[in-house]
Design a protein around this ligand. Structure first.
Ligand SMILES: Cc1cc2nc3c(=O)[nH]c(=O)nc-3n(C[C@H](O)[C@H](O)[C@H](O)COP(=O)(O)OP(=O)(O)OC[C@H]3O[C@@H](n4cnc5c(N)ncnc54)[C@H](O)[C@@H]3O)c2cc1C
Length: 442
């Protein structure tokens, strides 16, 4: 599917809390027209739209910050570091890019059309790349051509090729956050009619851009929703700070959170609706980041480094997607995904960093130890507020996208990236928030 391809090719967590001057207090006796649950891109876009329409609305966020899976830190490396979303996909229509380019606090640029790739087999730079791109194109064509609701594992060629594991990692973990056995070709291919255009980068970080865009939106932080009671005529939202009554609510938490049962529904939702939470399941995509003194000093920004992964056709290739100097930073991000990426981060920050370093050493040698300034790893998979990176349909479960999107009793609306046309992106999440706000207004 096109936008995901762009994602590849162009394509907590104990951090400093962000504070907002505009936090409002919940008054348990006060009724709201609409409660928005979650202050990521979807929840904030929905809240903004509802405020514009003159509705009495409150946005509840479990953590102590807004932004969700878009998060920029400035402390860890002493420069902007995106722990989550980093590429502003389809820049021509991306609402964050359109906001950022008009805002003098942010420096945005379009990713070079001359995509920068470095290919390595061990410590050797691969000069004759044709054979490798042949595998890439073959896998891409096979997955795209199959419009069936089956896993890529059933259709991909080149399983014996020495670069198969690398390509499996690229199309699977890096693009979908999933291994070939875990997603549906039909979902990957779904023709969303999204206008494709080049990705953009924000030097100050996508997370910072999002926070600035929504800085005037009131959000009640540190308020975790545990139950939605829709047995009466409206909804009663039960939180750790008390109960809130409203006519409707818009739920924007990830399908990982929904499937975990952290939010209960009274009465229970219909079986199919409930099943959609786990059928549109979370992919895993985590980040291990390094800053070196000299190693990548001369590299052009946004260089993609692909290296030969040898996992002997494992279900989940053991390797990382590497981007050097992303968004004009001086960082090297190594992103492990799929089941391997999930389990790696579960083994702890040190083990994850050690793995990332060992992969880089295969290419650049042991001497890079001495050149290292700092490292960091972030585990989105184990964080109970996300439980993964972004969601896609399991093989055979394509129909559940629509079921996930559907509202319940014209009172509970579902937004968030997993419900979006351009799912898996910040821009898609934003659009889904707008759509569901409009639906809730009717
Ligand atoms: C490592 C990584 C890299 C990515 N890279 C890109 C990229 O380059 N480009 C791109 O476009 N997208 C990327 N994405 C995907 C993108 O970040 C998401 O699609 C998008 O940010 C999701 O927004 P959302 O509003 O749907 O959900 P979220 O951002 O998850 O917002 C939901 C909010 O709900 C809150 N919440 C959870 N449970 C509760 C509860 N019980 N009560 C109240 N609040 C609750 C959460 O704290 C969260 O703030 C990446 C994601 C990850 C993790």
């Amino acid at each position: 599917m096109k936008s995901r391809r762009t994602f590849i090719k162009s394509s907590l967590l104990g951090l400093t809390a962000l504070t907002f001057p505009n936090i409002i207090k919940v008054n348990a006796n006060q009724d709201y027209d609409i409660v928005v649950i979650g202050a990521g891109a979807a929840g904030l876009a929905a809240t903004q739209e509802l405020i514009k329409s003159g509705k009495k609305v409150i946005c509840l966020e479990a953590s102590n910050r807004i932004g969700g899976r878009a998060l920029t830190d400035n402390q860890i490396f002493g420069e902007p570091y995106d722990l989550g979303a980093l590429w502003l996909e389809n820049g021509d229509t991306n609402p964050f890019k359109l906001f950022g380019e008009k805002n003098s606090n942010f420096n945005l640029y379009k990713e070079s059309s001359e995509e920068m790739y470095d290919l390595y087999s061990g410590s050797k730079k691969v000069l004759d790349e044709d054979d490798i791109w042949k595998v890439y194109d073959g896998l891409d064509a096979a997955i795209v051509k199959t419009r069936k609701d089956i896993s890529p594992l059933e259709v991909v060629p080149y399983k014996d090729h020495p670069w198969f594991d690398t390509m499996h990692m690229l199309f699977g973990a890096w693009e979908m956050g999933k291994d070939f056995s875990n997603f549906s070709c039909k979902d990957y291919n779904y023709d969303y009619e999204i206008l494709e255009s080049a990705s953009w980068h924000c030097k100050e970080g996508v997370g910072s851009l999002l926070v600035d865009m929504f800085k005037k939106i009131p959000v009640q932080l540190n308020t975790k929703v545990s139950k939605i009671d829709w047995s009466g005529s409206g909804v009663k939202i039960i939180t750790n700070k008390g109960e809130i009554k409203a006519n409707k609510c818009i739920l924007t938490v990830s399908t990982g959170v929904l499937a975990s049962g952290q939010i209960k529904f009274t009465p229970n939702l219909a079986n199919e609706k409930q099943e959609s939470f786990s059928k549109i399941s979370m992919g895993h995509y985590n980040r291990i980041t390094f800053k070196f003194k000299k190693l990548f000093k001369e590299k052009v920004k946004d260089t993609y480094l692909y290296y030969k992964i040898d996992s002997q056709n494992a279900n989940s290739p053991e390797g990382v997607g590497i981007t050097i100097n992303p968004s004009d930073s001086k960082l090297c991000i190594c992103d492990p995904g799929g089941n391997f990426g999930k389990e790696l981060l579960k083994s702890g920050e040190k083990a994850s960093i050690d793995f990332g370093m060992s992969e880089l050493k295969k290419i650049f040698g042991n001497k890079i130890d001495k050149d290292l300034i700092k490292s960091h790893a972030v585990d989105w998979s184990s964080n109970p507020l996300f439980m993964g990176a972004w969601a896609s349909a399991e093989p055979g479960a394509f129909k559940y996208r629509e079921i996930l999107r559907s509202s319940v009793a014209d009172r509970i609306y579902f937004a968030g990236e997993a419900t979006a046309k351009d799912w898996g992106t910040v821009a898609g999440a934003y659009d889904s928030g707008l759509i569901q706000a409009k639906n809730a207004l009717t």
